[in-house]
Design a protein around this ligand. Structure first.
Ligand code: FUB
Length: 357
């Protein structure tokens, strides 16, 4: 608590002036610092750590309950979010999908994959999925028991079936890092890619069937990468985005770099963190981005530690507008900003988010 120390300093200085500082001033300084002390937080082990304001209220989460790692996509005018269903200590067993027409009102469309029943090779830790469509089929990549699998459906709402009966990607000593957090992308030339990793970022080419790896993994790890890779292409530039720091840390945050090719190299610009904690919004990370069809408007979906009483194991899914500047840099996103600014989505910005707290 920064200001407790500041208050002590003010008292000492006031007294050492032999009563020069009036008593009421001392009281005012103590009161001010005491009030700041309740709203500020700093890592006491690091004297250079930033002090954070921790009371400002962010908008409500968009999904009811504890969810994380939201992967958002838009198919045929409907937005879908595929999150991790949070339970204590990440012991998750099911994946669900949520749908919305306006980014405001979300319906839980039910479970799409039950790790305990639908997989022959994993029973627990179903994490961080990513959905993509190709030729009318829906391909769902996910982590389960620290391996990456794929499941297929004819509909975005499932139910999904594992076509392989085994993982698609395993961790290996050849590829240090966690085999989690997959993300798939199909480029304009039709070539598909599977990205994944924790600690390191890897990319595979995928064959057109989307369930067969094509060639060896390519290591693409940018500086600061931890996990949660996401990539979007805009004006011919590949924007790679990822989460930094541990997901249980209040300083979990989103950063980005750019590349001229889907296989990198990724150039990391200065000041590349675009989403980080602010006020009561902490642990803001593991995101995805959707483009409003036919526009240059973008929305970032991410999770934060649930408010109140959340943690890195109990998170909630949030939404914010995301913009690019004139030079094509991603502008910083404020997790306290209103979810839907006037006239940009929803019903003209007048819609109210339900309050799940
Ligand atoms: O949800 C479980 C894990 O937490 C994810 O795989 C990580 O990205 C982190 O968000």
């Amino acid at each position: 608590m920064v200001c407790a120390a500041g208050g002590a300093l003010a008292i000492t200085k006031g007294l050492s002036c032999g009563g020069i500082m009036p008593r009421r001033w001392i009281c005012a300084v103590i009161a001010l610092c005491a009030s700041l002390a309740v709203c500020c937080d700093r890592d006491s082990s690091n004297p250079n750590a930033q002090a954070y304001e921790t009371t400002a209220e962010p908008p409500s989460a968009i999904l009811e309950g504890y969810t994380a790692d939201p992967h958002a996509v838009v198919f045929d005018g409907t937005y879908y979010v595929y999150p991790t269903s949070d339970k204590g200590a990440w012991q998750t067993t099911d994946f669900s999908v949520w749908a919305s027409k306006d980014l405001i009102h979300w319906e839980n469309e039910g479970m799409v994959l039950d790790v305990t029943k639908d997989l022959a090779w994993a029973k627990l830790r179903g994490w961080a999925p990513a959905m993509i469509r190709r030729d009318g089929k829906y391909f769902f990549y996910f982590a389960a028991d620290l391996k990456i699998g794929v499941a297929i459906s004819d509909k975005p709402t499932g139910k999904l079936v594992d076509p392989l009966g085994k993982p698609l990607v395993l961790a290996s000593t050849q590829h240090p890092g966690g085999a989690i957090d997959p993300f798939a992308f199909i480029d304009d030339d039709g070539q598909a890619y599977l990205y994944y990793g924790q600690g390191n970022l890897y990319a595979y080419k995928l064959k057109a069937d989307m369930i067969t790896l094509d060639g060896a993994a390519i290591r693409m790890t940018p500086a600061g990468f931890n996990e949660g890779v996401f990539m979007l292409k805009r004006n011919g530039i590949y924007y790679f985005m990822w989460s930094q720091n541990d997901a249980r840390d209040a300083n979990y945050q989103v950063a980005y770099g750019i590349a001229k090719s889907p296989l990198g190299p990724i150039q990391v610009p200065a000041d590349n963190v675009i989403l980080q904690r602010h006020g009561r919004a902490m642990g803001t990370g593991h995101h995805s981005v959707v483009q409003v069809p036919g526009t240059d408007r973008w929305y970032i979906f991410y999770h934060r530690h649930a408010i109140p009483n959340g943690s890195g194991y109990l998170r909630e899914t949030c939404l914010a507008p995301m913009e690019f500047d004139q030079e094509g840099r991603i502008k910083k996103v404020d997790p306290l900003a209103p979810v839907v600014p006037d006239g940009t989505a929803g019903d003209g910005g007048t819609a109210q988010l339900p309050d799940f707290r």
